[in-house]
Write a protein of this length. Structure first.
Length: 92
């Protein structure tokens, strides 16, 4: 077996956006959100989804592609069926 490989990124290469999406807790809600992210050609780096009451809390971490692209993605996500809210910012 080979040794594990580690790739160190420079700080400017680590910029990521975090999108927090609240959706109805339906069987297809997560796939709809991921479909929008795919069509917008985002590079997904982390994903989590968990029920919160009657909703589904979805957290998407993507490579930063600039403010304009982030706003377009947020707008498209907000227009997605089942989505009740979208927030985005920088990953802490």
């Amino acid at each position: 077996m080979g040794a594990p490989v580690s790739l160190e990124l420079k700080p400017e290469d680590e910029k990521r956006r975090l999108f927090l999406v609240t959706a109805d807790d339906t069987p297809d809600a997560l796939m709809r959100v991921l479909g929008v992210a795919s069509v917008q050609q985002t590079r997904l780096r982390a994903l989590s989804a968990a029920p919160e009451g009657q909703h589904l809390a979805i957290r998407l971490e993507i490579d930063d592609q600039g403010d304009a692209r982030a706003e377009v993605l947020a707008s498209r996500l907000a227009a997605c069926p089942s989505v009740r809210g979208v927030g985005f910012g920088w990953r802490a």
